[in-house]
Unconditional design. Structure first.
Length: 191
């Protein structure tokens, strides 16, 4: 099974990355092939709304360091998107990636029963870490992204939310989160 992990945090050892790494270690131990991209280390731009991916190409026209990431997601069985919550939303790094996934949609995506160029049946795990301990706060973030990735033909969706984790080592010190990451990997690795 091929897993692509996108780390959206500017902190390489932050809470969302810590949870993602535990998930990946478990999945790799079960035979998964892992590819991880630390988005903050890449040089890329957001969607330019040029519509070239709908008129002249079947992919994004931009030639930057996000191009191999978009290609890797095409071949992935599982996509892991890990991000802190900043100002009620995923990080700008992850949001720019999501905006560029517009290139996955076919030119007639509004009317096509199969609107996406990706192979259907992929799985998505979203890992969201927030300093705010109240689980009701920012609970609206995941459903928005779930909706878009359903449109892309993803079939299984999982969410790991870490609330009340502010300092870099908070998530790693929480056995409940580390166990949840391990168990989620085991479940998602099942065919």
């Amino acid at each position: 099974m091929n897993i692509v992990c996108l780390l959206g945090s500017p902190r390489p050892k932050g809470n969302s990355a810590t949870i993602a790494n535990r998930f990946l270690e478990t999945a790799q131990g079960m035979g998964a092939k892992i590819q991880t991209f630390a988005l903050n280390k890449l040089n890329y731009r957001g969607c330019q709304a040029c519509m070239t991916c709908k008129t002249k190409l079947d992919r994004c026209v931009l030639k930057d360091e996000l191009e191999p990431v978009l290609d890797a997601v095409r071949d992935a069985d599982i996509l892991v998107m890990a991000s802190p919550i900043y100002y009620g939303e995923v990080s700008a790094q992850l949001k720019a990636f999501v905006d560029r996934t517009f290139s996955y949609l076919t030119p007639d995506f509004k009317s096509n029963p199969i609107p996406c160029r990706l192979a259907p049946g992929k799985k998505l795990l979203m890992i969201l870490a927030q300093g705010e301990p109240d689980e009701k706060q920012f609970a609206d973030v995941f459903p928005k992204y779930e909706m878009f990735f359903k449109w892309y033909g993803f079939k299984e969706f999982r969410l790991i939310r870490a609330c009340g984790v502010m300092d870099v080592k908070d998530a790693g010190n929480r056995n409940d989160l580390m166990t949840l990451a391990e168990n989620t990997a085991k479940q998602m690795m099942e065919p």
